[in-house]
Write a protein that binds this ligand. Structure first.
Ligand SMILES: [Zn+2]
Length: 467
């Protein structure tokens, strides 16, 4: 008699609205029966809840199972169907690799058996994963078509949050908020700044629908949203006259949009100058620090005011923190723990960048088309015809980006801290920032302890590492 087979059962509930998804109990029951039929011992059942295997979100139980397999504690894996395991071909390859190096050859599914130990089984598994990926894409294509139909009928989209100015049904006007919107539009068109309007709302005790104080970004979105002019937008483009009443006129809406567009041209963002943007937190209030320069000194500061809501009472000079944290990251790159953590996660980030650039250009083109239509440069029919191929491209790009696992910002860098250090100064700022952000989750800057100017005090920096 050979030694007993310790099987892992993996089950996953997906957010399957169409009802074709199987309950986890059913999956588990079928898998247990399969184990019994084969005479395998169920060593452990791994269950992940309500997480799509396609989107690339973390699946704790799945990861734990992979660890147990790697550790040689499992001889077989049972799932209901391959798409429960993963819908991403890349992830499947990773799974197979782990199974192969751990000597696990038994892989059973309730719907079809696959032996990953031979080429045929592997081929089959790859095909199944490809089919699963396609199914996943098709499903969202259906959902997208449905969403477009709803939009073109001028109906609301049924989000969770009600829009400011309207009731939960997204149709009935909330008169008190409608008044506020009209005043805001009028004052903005008269030249008042968003900052000043946000402060005014704060003083008046008017909060956003989320119950939060207004930020200038929320304010901009609200004021330029075609919905308050009784227009239905879809993917950022007006597609129909809405079934709900307007709060401001179409003419006012157009003036607002034009005004924001004009201001945007003058207020273009400067290229990145701050290595640690978004990575530092205030040790007094916990808020993010923002970059700001005074005279010739670049600094990170805790900002108060409607857009930032920090305590406004903490500042640190940029250069020394940047130097110190960069050095800490480079040292960390050479730690053995890091090398282990990243095995199997290397995918070219050049690929990701290329896809993202394509996506951006397609999105820009969509916007141009919409503007052309709004300016009556093209008819609705022409516009519809023109946008279809672009939409298809955007859809595909989205999917390809979703299929890239993790990030390989660190590929070729792990364990090479010394080499990276030597070339660090020659890397551009975005690349440096990407390397730091891949390793560092965030760093908290504590208040200054001694009076006077201390150039760099490493004790003020508390790093929280991602890896
Ligand atoms: Zn603060």
């Amino acid at each position: 008699m050979t030694k007993s087979t310790n099987a892992a059962i993996y089950a996953r509930i997906s957010r399957d609205v169409t009802g074709e998804g199987l309950g986890v109990d059913r999956q588990l029951a079928d898998c247990r029966k399969l184990a019994a039929d084969r005479g395998w011992i169920v060593a452990e059942e791994y269950v992940d809840n309500d997480i799509s295997a396609y989107k690339g979100k973390r699946r704790p139980s799945y990861e734990r199972m992979l660890e147990d397999i790697s550790a040689g504690q499992r001889d077989a894996v049972i799932v209901y169907n391959t798409d429960r395991l993963t819908r991403r071909p890349i992830e499947l390859e990773e799974f197979v690799q782990i199974c192969q190096s751990a000597g696990v050859e038994e892989f059973a599914t309730v719907t079809a058996d696959i032996n990953l130990g031979n080429d045929d089984g592997m081929f089959m598994a790859r095909i199944l994963a490809a089919v699963a990926a396609k199914e996943s894409g098709r499903k969202s294509e259906r959902q997208k078509r449905k969403a477009r139909e709803i939009a073109e009928a001028g109906k609301p989209n049924g989000g969770n949050l009600r829009p400011f100015g309207y009731e939960r049904d997204q149709v009935t006007i909330v008169e008190s908020e409608a008044v506020v919107l009209r005043v805001l539009a009028e004052r903005y068109l008269a030249g008042e700044s968003l900052m000043s309007l946000a402060n005014w709302l704060q003083e008046e005790g008017v909060s956003s629908v989320a119950g939060m104080p207004w930020r200038t970004t929320t304010l901009r979105q609200t004021l330029t949203n075609p919905r308050i002019a009784g227009l239905r937008a879809h993917n950022g483009v007006v597609v129909a006259v809405a079934i709900w009443p307007a709060i401001i006129t179409k003419a006012t809406h157009e003036q607002l949009v034009a005004m924001f567009a004009r201001k945007k041209v003058t207020g273009r963002r400067a290229p990145r100058r701050y290595l640690l943007s978004g990575l530092l937190r205030c040790g007094k209030c916990g808020n993010k620090l923002f970059s700001s320069s005074r005279k010739d000194t670049r600094r990170y500061v805790c900002m108060s005011g409607p857009d930032h809501r920090g305590c406004g009472r903490l500042t640190i000079v940029a250069a020394p923190v940047e130097e110190w944290l960069a050095e800490a990251v480079l040292m960390r790159l050479d730690s053995p723990a890091m090398a282990d953590a990243l095995v199997g996660r290397a995918i070219a980030d050049e690929r990701h960048a290329a896809l993202a650039a394509e996506l951006q250009s397609d999105q820009a083109q969509m916007k141009e088309l919409a503007e052309l239509w709004a300016d009556k440069g093209i008819s609705m029919a022409e516009w519809k015809a023109a946008r279809e191929p672009i939409e298809a491209r955007i859809f595909n790009l989205d999917r390809q980006i979703g299929q890239l696992t993790g990030t390989s910002t660190l590929a070729g860098i792990i364990g090479n801290g010394e080499a990276v250090r030597a070339s660090w100064d020659s890397l551009n700022l975005s690349r440096q920032a990407a390397i730091i952000a891949a390793v560092l989750d965030y760093a908290t800057i504590t208040p200054k302890t001694s009076a006077g100017r201390v150039s760099v005090d490493p004790n003020r920096i508390i790093a929280t590492w991602r890896l």
